[in-house]
Design a protein around this ligand. Structure first.
Ligand SMILES: NC(=O)c1ccc[n+]([C@@H]2O[C@H](COP(=O)([O-])OP(=O)(O)OC[C@H]3O[C@@H](n4cnc5c(N)ncnc54)[C@H](OP(=O)(O)O)[C@@H]3O)[C@@H](O)[C@H]2O)c1
Length: 283
């Protein structure tokens, strides 16, 4: 397949682009080649690439910053994605779009299925949902992958932030009133390749198996590294972050189950593999 790809320099893009390149003909479109906020440039670059699929990873991903710079978040996540959807459709290509657990309001008490009604409670979630709607309405051939709490090589992620804080402090406070599913970019990349090669379309939830709070996630990281740091659970009100986040955003990978596709490994296993890959893994 010929695949054009945005967001190749981001956390997921840095892992997904080389993986796809090993199996398919990839045309990377990093931001210095294509700023997706320009419809004209997006049309031109995607037409030149003549892709079968556009794997659209580029996004504005800073959840708190989206509250203070909403225009920028909507310009990239909503308008930019609209531009990609228009250009892909005109080029006869499909779009793979990555979306988020933050399209849900978090009031459900059991994992969200692909068909549950989204109702985002912050600008990041709203702008990503707008992107989903543009992809669904403007480009009939599409695959929307909702994922959550990404960590992986090549970016400042939650695991690295916790390790940095734990190295400097005997006690760290971590939020314990939000529950979700940490997801390793390598596992997500593998599943993306699999879904693409199966010709899957529609919405899929793809996360590592199981769920935890940020506090439980942090405790797992600290204990796997045998660090002495105490991880103290606190309510999110202790941090007064600009963006309100869903209390519960676990995604049921229900479409994968329906189709008998093996689910991703448990998140604890993914954390262990990530820590091993960074050179000083669990002992
Ligand atoms: N991170 C998470 O926990 C998480 C959770 C759920 C869903 N997702 C979704 O998964 C996808 C990948 O996330 P990620 O964490 O890998 O994102 P990321 O590390 O923030 O990377 C985003 C990429 O988009 C590029 N970009 C930003 N504005 C652009 C523009 N106007 N034109 C072209 N490219 C632009 C960035 O380029 P520069 O870096 O050069 O600016 C970067 O390569 C996103 O769609 C995100 O919404 C992420």
């Amino acid at each position: 397949m010929r695949i054009a790809m945005t967001g190749t320099t981001g956390m997921l893009g840095q892992v997904l682009c080389p993986l796809l390149s090993r199996h398919h003909d990839i045309q990377p479109l990093p931001i210095d080649r294509l700023d997706i906020t320009s419809l004209e440039d997006t049309r031109w670059q995607i037409a030149q690439a003549r892709p079968d699929w556009v794997v659209h990873v580029a996004a504005f991903t800073q959840v708190d910053e989206a509250e203070t710079k909403p225009l920028e978040a909507y310009r990239i996540n909503a308008v930019g994605t609209r531009n990609v959807a228009i250009a892909a459709q005109e080029a006869g290509a499909g779009v793979v779009y990555f979306s988020t657990d933050y399209v849900f309001n978090g009031r459900k008490k059991e994992p969200y299925r692909e068909w549950d009604a989204p109702n985002p409670i912050n600008h990041y979630g709203q702008s990503k949902l707008a992107g989903e709607i543009y992809v669904q309405t403007l480009c009939p051939k599409h695959l929307i992958i909702r994922t959550s709490w990404l960590f992986g090589p090549g970016g400042i992620n939650f695991v690295e932030k916790i390790l940095q804080r734990a190295a400097q402090n005997q006690r760290i406070q971590v939020v314990d009133d939000q529950r979700g599913s940490p997801t390793f970019t390598l596992d997500l990349a593998d599943m993306t390749l699999k879904l693409l090669e199966r010709g899957s379309q529609g919405i899929y939830h793809v996360t590592n198996l199981g769920s935890c709070t940020w506090h439980e996630f942090a405790r797992e990281i600290v204990s796997r590294r045998n660090l002495e740091t105490t991880v103290v659970p606190v309510n999110s009100s202790a941090f007064s972050a600009p963006a309100v986040r869903p209390e519960y955003s676990v995604l049921d990978n229900y479409m994968l189950k329906c189709e008998g596709i093996p689910l991703l490994p448990p998140w604890q296993d993914a954390v262990a593999r990530y820590l091993r890959s960074t050179g000083d893994g669990p002992r």
